[in-house]
Design a binder for this molecule. Sequence first.
Ligand SMILES: Nc1ncnc2c1ncn2[C@@H]1O[C@H](COP(=O)(O)OP(=O)(O)O)[C@@H](O)[C@H]1O
Ligand SMILES: [Mg+2]
Length: 253
Amino acid sequence: MDTLNQEIAYMDKTTENKDSQPAAITERSRFLVPRENRETVGDIAVENPRMTCRNVNVYYGQKHAIKNVSLDIGRNEVLAMIGPSGCGKSTFIRCLNRMNDTIESCRVTGEIELDGANIYDKSIDVVPLRAQVGMVFQKPNPFPKSIYDNIAYGPKIHGLAENKAELDDIVETSLKKAGLWDEVKDAMDHPGTGLSGGQQQRLCIARTIAVSPEVILMDEPCSALDPIATAVIEDLIDDGGGNRIQGRAGFIH
Ligand SMILES: Nc1ncnc2c1ncn2[C@@H]1O[C@H](COP(=O)(O)OP(=O)(O)O)[C@@H](O)[C@H]1O
Ligand SMILES: [Mg+2]
C-alpha cells in the first residue's frame, strides 16, 4: 500500500495518451500500466468548482494513506471515485467534511476548500460544515429513533424549522426525494432500525438531504444492498441534483 502511487488517474476519453506510455495501451487497459509509471491524466480542475482539493496527504500515524491528491468537485456534478479496496477512497472522502478529525492518529495536509473557503481553517465549526457537506456511510446507520425523528433531528439541531408544520414539511419532502415516502408515510413513529437494508439506506439519504447540504458524500452506499435497492439509490443519485449537468469518474490507486 505504501508503495502505491496514489495520484488520481482520470478515465477521460478526451485525454491523449501520454508519450511515455506505449501506444498500444488503450483507455480500457490503462490500469495495466506498471504502478511506478502511473500518473495523473485528464483534468483535475473544473470550471466553477464547488470543492477544490490541492496536494492532499493523509497519514494514520506513520502510515501515508493518501499521497498528493489534487481534484476539483464541480457544481451539479456526480463524481464517482473508483479503486481497489484499501486504496484510500473512504479516507479521501472523509477529508471533505473533516470526518477524519474523529480519528486520533489521522493527520491531513494540503488545501481543501468549499466555495473558496478553507474547511481546515481554525475558525471553521465542523458541525455546520458537516451539514453543508453531508455523508452517507457504507452500512446504513439509522439513529435508534422513530423514522420521523431520524429525519427531523438534523433540521431541529440546526434550527431549520420555525414550527412543527415546517418540520413536518421538511421530513415529508426529504423522504419523497429519497424515494421512501410512500413506503413509510403511515409508519412515521416506527423505529428506523426496523426497516429493510435498502429502506434504511434511503432513510439515511433522506436524513442527509433534510439539512440541505451543498455536497453529499456517499461511501459505497449500495454495497450492502440487493440489486433492486441498489437501482433505486442509483436513480436517486442521478436525479438528486435536479439540474445535474455532468458525471465524472476518477480512478484512485
Ligand atoms: N482509522 C484508521 N487507522 C489506521 N489506518 C487506517 C484507518 N482507516 C483506514 N486506514 C488505512 O488507510 C488505507 C486506506 O483505507 P480506506 O480509505 O478505508 O480505503 P478504501 O475506502 O479505498 O477501501 C488502508 O491501508 C487502511 O488500512
Ligand atoms: Mg472504503
